[in-house]
Design a binder for this molecule. Structure first.
Ligand code: GLN
Length: 447
């Protein structure tokens, strides 16, 4: 009840939560108390958490930040949700996000933007902005997020917390409302790398209901936290430290790298020569997949339906025009265009070829080092409204995070000090496939 009271007091100013599930949380807390009393505690028994509002939660509103789903109560739990429940975690509610996870600022949410607790006139980043705010403001110790092009790492960086996007296929996408299925990956956001490891232990795992879920043995992501960094080779991509990176962010990153060297790591310059192609490739592939995934929202079985229409086609058109916000409509239009008969080869096939080149860059780079380090975002948090009318400027701010999703690699954001305005700066660490435990180890040593 203390934690719920904190949320209810803080949420009007921060807008971190779309739904606070008071009843569900209190019932789950009672079950946790009973389990503790009976000596049957699970690893996360009684841990208060929150879910990004694209994870389906049985009996609780799941809106995806969209008017289209503003009345949608899911009949089932996402795999991530049911696993965390089974581990004893208590969900306090659902966090704010960019509509359908499309955005980097939380401003495309139909519920209004979440606000950065370090300065409430600034964006918290996105799309998992509500989860980042909830953790950074101390409303929950951990929350779930999803990362299609940076949506866990970037808000974690801008809010001064830790967030990890696992290797594609490690966390099941079952019950996670799809944006771009070949890029989407769920992951934890928490204060520390250690807390992220404990969360990830109960989020990862094979699930036959997601065809891209990987059948691997369970692993303990906390197993390497204490490992010394002596001998660690860190690659610094020269493309991530070029023009466009703000001087104060660069200084914070350099400080963090100096600390890692003091802890025994060495750094080498590496190159990811196709970095400049990541944003163009992503903004073909992600909208293409989104246009296909979002075709299911037609106002027939669930979601928003226009109240006035003539025939069936008009019902679809009106329901979608009313239910989707501007950014979502923009992505559907772009995606439909690049997949259309006359343009498929010129855009979609080309983008898939670039995706391969980008993955090859990482393969080459990771043969020269153990982990790659760099910034998460080119600047610290910017003002709410500052990029609202300039989607291309907003897309460009994802330059350091997006390539990782195209390659399917794991990556995290860990706090690296502060900007000139005393706002948090995130250090990004990128690992090889299934290198989560090593990334969490490096972040833990730095923290
Ligand atoms: N900002 C990127 C986009 O708008 C990434 C979002 C995400 O990772 N979900 O698509």
């Amino acid at each position: 009840t203390d934690q719920l009271a904190r949320i209810e007091a803080a949420n009007p100013a921060l807008n971190a939560f779309i739904t606070v599930d008071r009843e569900g949380a209190l019932a789950a807390a009672d079950r946790a108390d009973a389990a503790l009393a009976a000596g049957q505690a699970a690893p996360l028994t009684g841990l208060p958490i929150a879910h990004k509002d694209l994870f389906c939660t049985e009996g609780v509103l799941t809106t995806c930040g969209s008017k289209m789903l503003s009345n949608f109560v899911s009949p089932y739990d996402a795999h991530v949700v049911s696993q965390l429940k089974a581990a004893g975690a208590v969900s306090l509610g659902k966090t704010n996000m960019d509509e359908f996870a499309m955005g980097s600022t939380n401003e495309s949410s139909c519920f209004g933007p979440a606000r950065n607790p370090w300065d409430t006139t600034r964006v918290p980043g996105g799309s998992s902005g509500g989860s980042a705010v909830a953790v950074a403001a101390g409303l929950v110790p951990a929350a779930t997020g999803s990362d299609t092009g940076g949506s866990i790492r970037q808000p974690a960086g801008l809010c001064g917390i830790t967030g990890i996007k696992p290797t594609y296929g490690v966390v099941s996408r079952y019950g996670m409302i799809a944006y771009a299925s070949s890029l989407d990956q769920g992951g934890p956001m928490a204060r520390t790398a250690e807390d992220c490891a404990l969360m990830l232990n109960h989020m990862a795992g094979f699930d036959p209901r997601d065809s891209t879920s990987l059948e691997r043995d369970r692993e303990d992501y906390a197993r390497d936290l204490a490992r010394p960094l002596a001998g660690l080779k860190i690659g610094l991509p020269k493309e991530y430290f070029g023009e466009g990176l703000a001087a104060d962010v660069r200084a914070a990153i350099e400080n963090a790298l100096a600390e890692l060297r003091r802890l025994g790591a060495t750094t080498v310059e590496i190159s990811l020569p196709n970095t400049h192609l990541a944003i163009p490739a992503y903004y073909v592939i992600a909208p293409a997949e989104a246009s296909s995934n979002l075709s299911r929202f037609d106002g027939v079985r669930y979601g928003h339906r226009a109240s006035e229409y003539g025939d069936l086609a008009e019902m679809y058109a009106r329901s979608r025009a009313e239910g989707f916000g501007a950014e979502t409509q923009r992505r559907i239009l772009v995606g439909t265009y690049v997949l259309s008969h006359g343009y498929y080869d010129a855009y979609y096939i080309k983008a898939q070829q670039l995706r391969r080149l980008i993955a090859e860059d990482f393969k080459q780079a990771l043969s020269q080092c153990d982990v790659i380090a760099g910034p998460v975002a080119p600047t610290a948090a910017w003002g709410i409204g500052q990029m609202a009318d300039d989607p291309v400027q907003m897309y460009l701010a994802d330059i350091y995070t997006i390539a990782v999703n195209l390659a399917g690699l794991p990556a995290l954001s860990t706090p690296a000090g502060f900007s000139a305005d005393k706002l948090p700066v995130g250090l990004q660490l990128i690992g090889n496939y299934f290198g989560e435990a090593r990334l969490l180890n490096v972040a833990h040593q730095l923290q």
